[in-house]
Design a protein around this ligand. Structure first.
Ligand SMILES: NC(=O)c1ccc[n+]([C@@H]2O[C@H](COP(=O)([O-])OP(=O)(O)OC[C@H]3O[C@@H](n4cnc5c(N)ncnc54)[C@H](O)[C@@H]3O)[C@@H](O)[C@H]2O)c1
Length: 260
């Protein structure tokens, strides 16, 4: 791809899928601003990218704060240049209970991080791209959970379902400005999120319903993000591209089979 030299800002980039995308973009020659909640691995990961010859810097950012997001875009634009590629990967998967048992505070928190955050970041990015005439690419990280419900993940699935529609309405509003908005819908992917939340039974269940029989590596999701950032995807907007090992193609009435 030839998004080389462009400035990319990635949320949730201290680990997991966001970090894999940051590393891929840096390998592809983009200048990458990694952002995540302050205090994690982000600074060390940005250092590691620089040590490997890439361009990277880390900024602490809570994506649910519009004031903080606006201020960060201002400073990045002033110090690095107009942001041309934005990836919203920050997300949480708190829950584990059906909706009727879920505290309102938990439901709201998940919606805030997974849906309101991408709205705030997407709005800040889009307005600056319009103002600077940047024909940019905005990429949300959705999930197969946007179209497949899980009884015990009411907030997560609802947030990702909403993110699919946010992607469409943003794409419609941005099309006349030459700005593309898409989402990636990963299936089960190796990351701190999955490592922290899944026990052996859950892994076995997920893999038994994933035709490719394995988790994705973060880099396999990053490849889709590279495609969506570059000119090869120039006529794609408003889409969610699923990188799911065949999961959405599977009719679940077939016999449950062992992973592998
Ligand atoms: N791993 C999977 O199997 C999988 C599958 C489908 C979709 N996803 C989605 O991919 C994205 C990345 O997930 P991951 O698996 O890499 O998880 P992860 O937990 O490894 O990474 C998520 C990052 O988001 C950050 N974050 C959380 N709240 C934030 C906030 N308010 N502001 C800024 N950053 C915040 C966390 O600190 C963390 O570094 C998420 O949106 C997730 O829903 C993951």
């Amino acid at each position: 791809m030839s998004a080389e030299g462009k400035v990319a800002l990635i949320t949730g980039a201290a680990g997991g899928i966001g970090l894999a995308i940051a590393q891929r973009y840096a390998r592809d020659g983009l200048r990458v601003v990694l952002t995540d909640l302050p205090g994690g691995n982000g600074e060390a990961e940005a250092n590691a990218i620089r040590d490997g010859g890439g361009w990277a810097r880390f900024e602490g950012l809570d994506t649910t704060s519009e004031t903080a997001v606006e201020a960060l875009f201002d400073s990045v634009e002033a110090e690095v240049g107009p942001v041309e590629v934005v990836v919203c990967s920050a997300g949480i998967a708190t829950g584990g209970v059906p909706f009727q048992e879920m505290a309102l505070e938990v439901f709201t928190r998940v919606l805030n991080v997974n849906l309101v955050g991408p709205f705030i970041v997407g709005k800040a990015a889009a307005n600056r791209m319009i103002a600077s005439g940047t024909r940019g690419s905005i990429i949300h990280i959705s999930s197969v959970g946007s179209v497949l419900g899980v009884e015990t993940s009411p907030a997560y699935c609802t947030s990702k379902g909403g993110l699919g529609m946010l992607t469409k309405v943003m794409a419609l509003a941005m099309a006349k400005h030459g700005i593309r908005v898409n989402a990636i819908g990963p299936g089960p992917t190796l990351s701190p999120m999955t490592q922290a939340s899944l026990n052996d039974d859950a892994v076995e269940m997920m893999l038994s319903r994933t035709p490719m029989g394995r988790f994705a590596e973060g880099d396999e999701i990053a490849g889709v993000a590279a495609f969506l950032a570059g000119p090869d995807s120039s006529y794609i907007t408003g889409q969610t591209l699923y990188a799911d090992g065949g999961r959405l193609a599977l009719n679940y009435v077939v016999t449950h089979r062992k992973a592998g």
